[in-house]
Design a protein around this ligand. Structure first.
Ligand code: DI6
Ligand code: FE
Length: 405
């Protein structure tokens, strides 16, 4: 059966600038696959036609970096930070990520599912149809596996595809405080082989930072991941220049994320490796970071740049992808078009899913967001608004009003 959505403006996000816009357009799909996206006058005949009243249709948004499964919250730590205590100080004193690790270990499976489901449903109600979710708040075999199973369980419950990422090397757990290398051994020898054999993760991430893991420790994790056939990505150069971008590039990482302190050499390395830069404006904003990521240098070097929410309890409790686009424009110098590319086609690349999503073209999945706006710049523009009218996930429609329930 062919379904035709007509009387729309399409932001196809294909190479044609700006936004791959097609006015007075139509889009047809058969099952879960787009078969036509172009001028209404050329649309094929269809079994069912829906007039969308001139609304804008974009690819479903892709949030390529979240940590949305966690116990508790860190509002009180945020209060402390507003009084001048730094994120690094809080981490050194056993708060920060480790506070969430305690709360996550203590929460049962069902409580974690419930709170993560609510956050993911909010993302979906804002046009998201593909999301990446990391583990990393368990830091022991049992809880890391629980987090990844929850990530795998959430997808079928909502109109969204979930990519699960194993982030065992997120922080050094309290049990290994005196033996960080011992923990890296656990990640490599106990966690990774199990996760790979059960296919619980699609990729492996790590946090390269003075308060987390050294490049040498991360090399061990990445080497093991590569042996097990898993692609890698990296939290790189967020709080200091630790050569994270270079490290990610050396391992052919899918993405290097954050990058506030990445050096010129790091940017060049990403460009050569074809690694996507994932910029996380929510964390930049919420940490009141002073040093922006090198957006102009990334642009000049031709590095693909994605934008994501980084939804997490410590540095970016953000469940609005559109606000992430706005922050990218107002704080980091993106154009609204670059920002939207960052959450569609470039985000698809960051997840290695660009073969089947991220643009509106025949052959790609019918993952769509329908918006009550005239022009795509409005998506990044309207602070705190949610103009999402409906989404289509693999051709199946969800009304936004429905998904907010
Ligand atoms: N960088 C981040 O921004 C998140 N993880 C990371 O490595 C923050 C995680 C947290 O503070 O809970
Ligand atoms: Fe993160």
């Amino acid at each position: 059966m062919t379904e035709l959505l007509t009387n729309v403006r399409l932001a196809t996000m294909t190479r044609a600038r700006p936004y791959g816009l097609v006015d007075d357009a139509a889009l047809a799909f058969e099952g879960e696959t787009i078969v036509f996206a172009g001028p209404r006058a050329q649309a094929p005949s269809a079994d069912r036609t829906l007039d969308l009243g001139g609304r804008l249709v974009t690819p479903g948004l892709i949030d390529a970096h979240t940590h949305l499964i966690y116990g508790g919250n860190r509002a009180q730590e945020w209060e402390q930070r507003l009084l001048g205590v730094s994120y690094a100080e809080i981490a050194y004193n056993g708060g920060g990520i480790l506070a969430t690790v305690r709360a996550t270990r203590a929460a049962g499976y069902e409580r974690l599912v419930q709170s993560a489901h609510a956050r993911l449903a909010t993302l979906c109600s804002h046009g998201v149809t593909t999301v990446e979710i990391k583990s990393g708040y368990g830091l022991d075999v049992e809880t890391e596996i629980r987090m990844l199973r929850i990530a795998r369980d959430l997808g079928p419950r909502l109109p969204v595809d979930v990519r699960a990422t194993f982030l065992g090397a997120h922080a050094i757990p309290p049990e290994f405080r005196a033996d960080p290398d011992g923990y890296v051994g656990t990640v490599c020898d106990a966690m990774l082989p199990h996760i790979a054999s059960e296919k619980l993760a699609d990729a492996v991430d790590a946090f390269c930072e003075t308060i987390a893991f050294s490049p040498a420790q991360i090399e061990r994790v990445f080497t093991r991941a590569a042996q097990l056939g898993l692609r890698v990505k990296l939290h790189a150069d967020q709080l200091s220049d630790g050569g994270g971008a270079e490290l990610a590039a050396r391992f052919g990482a899918l993405s290097a994320d954050h990058l506030e302190f990445a050096s010129a050499a790091g940017v060049e390395a990403l460009a050569r490796a074809g690694t996507v830069a994932v910029v996380l404006p929510g964390a930049f904003y919420f940490l009141r970071e002073q040093q922006p990521p090198p957006v102009a240098a990334l642009r000049a070097a031709g590095v693909p740049v994605a934008i994501a929410t980084d939804c997490n309890p410590g540095t970016s409790p953000l469940v609005s992808p559109l606000l992430a686009l706005n922050f990218a424009c107002t704080l980091l110098g993106f154009s609204p078009e670059e920002a939207l590319r960052g959450m569609t086609c470039e985000a698809a690349r960051a997840l290695d899913l660009h073969h089947d999503r991220g643009t509106l073209e025949p052959g790609k999945l019918a993952d769509l967001a329908v918006w009550d706006v005239e022009h795509p710049a409005e998506l990044a523009y309207a602070l705190g608004a949610n103009p999402c009218h409906a989404t289509y996930k693999r051709g199946r429609r969800t009304d936004a009003a429905e998904s907010r329930k």
